[in-house]
Design a protein around this ligand. Sequence first.
Ligand code: FPP
Length: 243
Amino acid sequence: MSDHDPTSSASTPQHLAIIMDGNGRWARQRGLSRSEGHRAGADAVVRTIENCQKYKIKYLTLYAFSTENWKRPASEIAALMQLLGEFIDKQSPMLDKYRIRLKIIGEMERLPAATRQKLQEAIARSAHYDAGVLTVALSYGSRNEITGAVKALAQKVLDGQLKVADISEKTIHEHLQTADLPDPDLIIRSAGEQRLSNFLLWQASYAEFYSTTAFWPDFGDDEFAAAMAEYSRRQRRFGEVLS
Ligand code: FPP
């Protein structure tokens, strides 16, 4: 257990982003299929949303499917997409209860039509909620996102809507899919790896990074509390010297 006080908002992140890794290893350890690992991973997502409520974290961003994940076996991809649809069906009442807006970043147009439709319905239904934002990265890659922003800016210059001299960090931020979100304060990665894997590369510039060896399906209340306690001990300097 941790001694961190969940009500002291100064030391909790406003925006938490998570690289959910280790579903497959969790399943293999138990002689289960990879899809069963993802199913247990979806339960961990529900616990995490509940924990964000407890710690008053307004923005939660989850890396659920990367552009590279399309290389996985078709059967695993199909099971994941099916699971996402089921998750939306089952958890929409939770979004209503907590007044959480659902947002998707990534190439939504590449998702199967049935999954896309469920997501679009949930996005529309939650569009007016303002207590929290759950962003799910699907077919997402940060380099792909940045490439899109560069293309949009170049087009505006060509069309005479923007001067090259006016391109700034702010205009780049405004052309990313996360334009309406603050930068993440904390990025958690489960299952022991210590890399960003093409997740929020621009946005993560000053984020604290926290890695745990726990596989994602095992990421529960104690793991969450441990991450918050560690975050509250970090001194964030944003490149400055603090007195
Ligand atoms: C990484 O584990 C996990 C994924 C690629 C999928 C994440 C999906 C979920 C947690 C389930 C549903 C998501 C939502 C938002 C409801 P891995 O398969 O790469 O694990 P491994 O590295 O141990 O093989």
